[in-house]
Design a protein around this ligand. Structure first.
Ligand SMILES: NC(=O)c1ccc[n+]([C@@H]2O[C@H](COP(=O)([O-])OP(=O)(O)OC[C@H]3O[C@@H](n4cnc5c(N)ncnc54)[C@H](OP(=O)(O)O)[C@@H]3O)[C@@H](O)[C@H]2O)c1
Length: 250
């Protein structure tokens, strides 16, 4: 059976790696993001690897309820959704300014960019999730349990949302989990920060007990497990994929 797999932020970084990892099952993909260009690049890579693969592209700012509604309507024209990977997010609260207005703007940006991007599309697609058998996987971060200001707080809110949704959807046979990566530099998330200050990478690696960064493929492997039919009795889990960063440095 061809599963319909929705991946937000599927044009770059971890979302793109998830699409490549799940390509093996010849699914029907719906990739969502703000920039059509990067979504088209991922779609071209997927079609080059598997000319039979179905890919639809949906541009939307997932913080915007109207745009989310439109994207959800497009996605569900073709039917139900089997796997929903809520990966879009990032560190948005890094603007300048120390006044209260700047602090409020920074916290709102991280909340909108990580929590609303997760919650709104999930809410819109909830009636269309395959039941039983649906799989929802959010992209959290080790930052949720390590501090990291507004970004970590926003990812902690994603964790809390996972727990409440997992409970709410359990009787429908739908699982809801998250993956919590640590430092994965081969992403747009880190590209500009590492370019601006190459020391950033060293300082991050020093916090990782396993002594090396992660790869997008390692994160995608964890998502693939939670998305699999075999993971049907695993729900409400935040899977730490960060080389032991969650444990702290001994
Ligand atoms: N890389 C890491 O070390 C790391 C560690 C822990 C957690 N994470 C999390 O992993 C997820 C993926 O990030 P990444 O590392 O792969 O970085 P990335 O390459 O920057 O990917 C983020 C993706 O999300 C999309 N996106 C962001 N805001 C959006 C919005 N409002 N509406 C629609 N799409 C949006 C972006 O596409 P557009 O700009 O085209 O919209 C982009 O494709 C994020 O949730 C991030 O917080 C990353």
């Amino acid at each position: 059976m061809t599963r319909r797999i929705v991946i937000t932020g599927g044009g770059t970084g971890l979302g793109r790696a998830v699409a490549h990892r799940l390509l093996a099952e010849s699914p029907s993909f719906a990739l969502v993001g703000r920039r059509l260009g990067v979504l088209e690049e991922t779609a071209a890579e997927l079609r080059a690897a598997d000319p039979q693969v179905e890919v639809t592209l949906h541009t939307a700012d997932l913080t915007d309820p109207a745009a989310v509604g439109n994207a959800a309507a497009e996605i569900t024209e073709a039917g139900s959704v089997d796997v929903l990977v809520l990966n879009a997010g990032g560190n948005f609260g890094v603007g300048g300014g120390t006044g209260l207005a700047a602090v409020a703007e920074s916290w709102r940006a991280d909340f909108d960019g990580n929590v609303l991007t997760t919650v709104l599309l999930a809410h819109a697609l909830k009636p269309h999730l395959s039941s039983p058998g649906g799989r929802v996987i959010a992209m959290s971060s080790v930052a949720a349990i390590r501090g990291s200001g507004a970004y970590g707080a926003a990812k902690a809110a994603v964790n809390a949302w996972v727990w409440s949704e997992a409970t709410a959807l359990a009787t429908s046979g739908i699982t809801v989990n998250a993956v919590a990566p640590g430092f994965v530099p081969d992403t747009e998330f880190w590209r500009d920060r590492i370019a601006a200050d190459p020391q950033v990478a060293d300082s991050r690696v020093k916090q990782i007990p396993m002594g090396r960064p992660g790869t997008p493929e390692e994160v995608a492997e964890a998502v693939a497990y939670l998305a699999s039919p075999q993971a049907g009795w695993t729900t409400g889990q935040i899977l730490q994929v960060n080389g032991g960063t969650a444990l702290g440095r001994g």
